[in-house]
Design a protein. Structure first.
Length: 669
């Protein structure tokens, strides 16, 4: 070994890296430093998420049967987002001394300590939305002032906080013979959220939706008269005995539907092996004519906009039910072609589940990942749907006819694309790049093109794929940034030329998604910073050069795992550090876990890659498309130009303004 390897490294001009450089954040300081880790950012959505966290606690009391009334009040407060007060008539947060923290009340511990609460053991709440013990403490940390009043045992107690710090011990305010429950008042911190204001319309919609989700609760809404409008009254009371069915009826009111009656109902889940109740499910579904569809998924009254396992269970129940009905009425041949999308596309669905110990994809709970939810929902809904179809044969046949019409339309469009794809294949020497491993297109599933980072990962992907429906196109590293390149440079780039040839749908104004040779384009890169950069460059390419593909929803991001967790004969995959921590606390709790980290897709064997990232039955995909408000592309184009364009100052300012979030992302990566 050469001696020059041990030569002294030149000293840095920066500060010394020793023990004093290691910073330990205590109490709620981590929340203020990195709010995005707890509420997903500091934008308008995150601001309103604070209200949802406190309201969810009140709803948990109602669902548990301890409260039947909640009040939500929005008041103007100059120079702030506004002041929110949420009050329930439940049991009230405990105010006695906490056994682990002498001298501190349980109330103070809950408000000032992360991961504290009454929902971990399942003893205080059978089903609840607050699971991690961070919701109310995060709200406290990100508010300039928080005041909590608790009425218990005919006595009223109060305690105040500021930016997560306790301003004084809990105080006994006086007698409260006719009052019970908890009242939380908070004002978000302008240091965190800037000059943003609470949107009365958004909060009004949130409050009303919560009342629909649990028929046994009455929710009262109040706001300052200056904030009221014709649509948003200063006061309102919500209570809906029909639950989701009432909500859906209002949503589709006046529109013609395939079936006159909506498919709605509820069902308790059977008790588990230990005799514990597992919760219940409630649903309401309509199939309006000429509708793009609208889907609302909830778990323990928490919105899960990205769906999840409860959605999968409902889709399975509907698909199996309509197939069985098709066979019953003599349409067995057509039944085999029915897919879940054929049944739910264009429908308006509301699904709410209450389950024990639900698992979510992140702290913001956008997606339910509890495996048992799929089975419970499918079993509960299936019998009801069979009865809905067969009890009135005319109704069942009307819905089946609409579904079969959608099937035939889908198969016709697929056949047209297949003809074009095979035409291009016949001219392979001219039309297709040599490194493309194409699919045969003979399977029943839709065709997919995986754009894979690197030849090594491409080799694994070729072995893991379904040869009938999945094609593989490996690319070498980071492709050209088309947002900052000239047209000549784009045309001369070999990677981009190969991609254009493989897709066969033209570019820019000539781009036509109807000519696309595949149903889905899936970007599959490593689960690290470089992989995210490559995915960003590819998304920029599609947005600029093939906008019709993005607009029509053909573009997706694969979600490969970063970790493999093993304990004995049990193994599971984690997408990121947060998912890993969640699995270690739930599925692998109190077990010795061996953790393996994948450095890239190429390190995964074909079986692992198929199971986690490529097989439709077990993978997760993120669809890349444009929100309805951005259909003119102007707002998105401005963002792409600023972040990916030629002027580096725009990126510099963006990084400066969001340095905290970027640091968090780099640490997570």
């Amino acid at each position: 070994m050469s001696d020059d390897l041990f030569d002294e490294i030149p000293k840095s001009t920066g500060e010394a890296y020793d023990g004093s450089a290691i910073e330990v954040l205590e109490g709620l300081e981590p929340v203020r430093r990195r709010p995005g880790m707890y509420i997903g950012g500091t934008d308008e959505r995150a601001l309103h998420h604070l209200v949802a966290e406190v309201l969810d606690n009140a709803m948990d009391e109602a669902v548990a049967g301890h409260a039947n009334r909640i009040e939500v009040t929005l008041e103007e407060e100059p120079g702030t987002a506004g002041r929110i007060t949420i009050t329930d008539n439940g049991r009230g947060i405990p105010v006695d001394e906490h056994p682990k923290y002498p001298g501190k009340s349980a109330l103070e511990v809950i408000l000032s300590t992360l991961h504290s609460g009454g929902k971990f053991s399942g003893k205080a709440y059978a089903t609840s939305g607050g699971l991690h013990g961070v919701g109310i403490s995060v709200v406290n940390a990100l508010s300039t002032k928080t005041r909590v009043e608790v009425a218990r045992n005919k006595e009223l107690y109060a305690q105040e906080f500021s930016k997560g710090q306790t301003l004084g011990p809990i105080q006994k305010v006086g007698a409260a013979p006719n009052r019970r429950g908890t009242s939380v008042t908070f004002t978000p911190d302008t240091e965190i959220f800037g000059e943003q204001k609470f949107k009365p319309a958004r909060l009004f919609k949130l409050v009303r939706s919560k009342a629909y989700l649990f028929a046994g609760v009455e929710i009262r809404w109040k706001c300052s008269p200056s904030l009221a409008t014709e649509e948003i009254p200063a006061e309102a009371t919500f209570q809906f005995p029909g639950g989701l069915a009432d909500h859906l009826a209002e949503q589709v009111k006046g529109r013609e539907c395939v079936t006159v009656e909506a498919f709605s109902g509820s069902q308790d889940f059977p008790a588990n092996e230990e005799g514990l109740e597992q919760g219940r499910v409630e649903w309401a579904i309509a199939w309006p004519l000429y509708s793009d569809g609208a889907y609302s998924w909830y778990c323990n009254t928490i919105p899960t906009p990205d769906g999840g396992t409860h959605e999968q269970g409902l889709r399975a129940a509907l698909t199996k039910g309509i197939r069985a009905f098709a066979e019953l009425v003599g349409e067995k041949k057509k039944a085999k072609d029915i897919t879940p999308d054929d049944v739910v596309t264009g429908s308006e669905i509301m699904l709410s589940v209450f389950i024990r110990d639900p698992q979510f994809q992140s702290q913001t709970k956008d997606r339910l990942t509890s495996p048992e939810a799929a089975r419970l929902v499918e079993n509960a809904v299936r019998d009801h749907f069979d009865h809905f179809l067969t009890h009135n044969l005319d109704r069942g046949k009307a819905l089946l006819g609409a579904v079969i019409e959608r099937v035939e339309d889908r198969l016709r469009r697929k056949a047209e694309r297949e003809v074009k794809r095979k035409t291009a294949t016949n001219a392979k020497k001219v039309r297709l790049p040599g490194k493309l491993t194409d699919c045969s297109g003979e399977g029943e599933g839709e065709t997919e093109l995986f754009i894979v980072e690197g030849d090594s990962a491409g080799g694994s992907a070729k072995q893991a794929r379904d040869r009938k429906t999945q094609a593989i196109l490996p690319i070498r590293g980071k492709i050209l940034n088309v947002a900052s390149a000239s047209a000549d440079k784009i045309r001369a780039n070999q990677e981009i030329a190969d991609l254009m040839l493989a897709l066969g749908c033209g570019v820019r104004k000539d781009c036509n998604a109807d000519n696309l040779r595949y149903d889905r384009i899936i970007i599959m890169t490593d689960a690290d910073v470089d992989g995210a950069h490559i995915a960003t460059l590819l998304m920029t390419f599609f947005f600029q050069e093939m906008p019709d593909i993005v607009r029509k929803g053909h573009l997706y991001l694969a979600q490969p795992p970063l970790y493999r967790l093993t304990a004995g004969s049990t193994s599971a995959y984690a997408r990121d550090d947060a998912h890993r921590a969640e699995l270690e606390k739930t599925q692998f709790k109190n077990k010795k876990v061996e953790v393996g980290r994948f450095k890239g897709l190429g390190e995964m064997n074909p079986q692992q890659l198929r199971e986690t990232t490529m097989a439709p039955a077990s993978r997760s995909l993120i669809r890349i498309t444009l929100p309805p408000e951005y259909e003119d592309r102007a707002a998105v184009k401005d963002l792409v130009d600023r972040l990916m364009g030629r002027n580096p100052e725009h990126r510099f300012h963006f990084i400066q303004n969001r340095a905290g979030d970027l640091d968090r992302d780099l640490i997570d990566a």
